[in-house]
Design a protein around this ligand. Structure first.
Ligand code: GDP
Length: 182
């Protein structure tokens, strides 16, 4: 989850090692559907639409909140929410809203700061601290600095995803088969 153009498709492709799987958009705010990717036959990675694109109407923004709230409320077996924030920009009010929505529901979460190749190491450290403070993250929510371009942080991200999946029964043994969760 994250705002439009945050680098979600790029990170997903890098994480799954399949360039071109998720469509990297040249027109921000274009993807409005929920996409499900079956990873290694054992977990669904769910790609929610980006939010906060300046040119969409208030109506559409409200639509986004309702979609995400309905998604979060309708799925009680979410293992991990990955909240993406562009390392060059402070989290927006919608990012704060999302962090609160996840925290209030007790959904395990991590924040991935994206596009780290665009800033220095010290700026990345500062962004990390600012993001943690502005999103009022609990101590158990990791903030991982990543770059889909260089691969920086991808091993940490993959480890966190694996740990979250391992924390409970694998999705396949829960009888969910290869059909996406609703
Ligand atoms: P989405 O809209 O959140 O799915 O974002 P995309 O993956 O489509 O990326 C939006 C833009 O950011 C594209 O122009 C990407 O090439 C660029 N981008 C994505 N990840 C990175 C990254 O790690 N480093 C840099 N420099 N650019 C990136």
């Amino acid at each position: 989850m994250g705002r439009s153009n945050v680098g979600k498709s790029s990170l997903l492709n890098r994480l799954l090692g399949q360039p071109g799987l998720a469509r990297v958009s040249k027109t921000p705010g274009r993807t409005r559907a929920i996409h499900f990717y079956l990873a290694d036959g054992r977990a669904w990675i769910v790609d929610l639409p980006g939010y906060g694109f300046a040119r969409v109407s208030r109506e559409m923004r409200r639509g986004w909140s309702e979609l995400v709230d309905a998604y979060l409320d309708g799925n009680d077996d979410l293992r991990l929410a990955v909240h993406l924030v562009d390392i060059r920009h402070d989290p927006t009010p919608l990012d704060q809203q999302l962090a609160r929505a996840l925290g209030a529901r007790g959904i395990p979460a991590l924040v991935a700061l994206t596009k780290a190749d665009k800033v220095s190491g010290s700026a990345a450290g500062r962004a990390r601290a600012r993001t943690r403070r502005l999103l009022a993250l609990d101590d158990d929510v990791p903030v991982i600095v990543t770059s889909a371009r260089t691969g920086h942080g991808m091993a940490d991200l993959a480890r966190a995803v694996d740990a979250a999946l391992g924390a409970r029964e694998p999705a396949s043994s829960a009888g969910s088969g290869t059909r996406p969760p609703r």
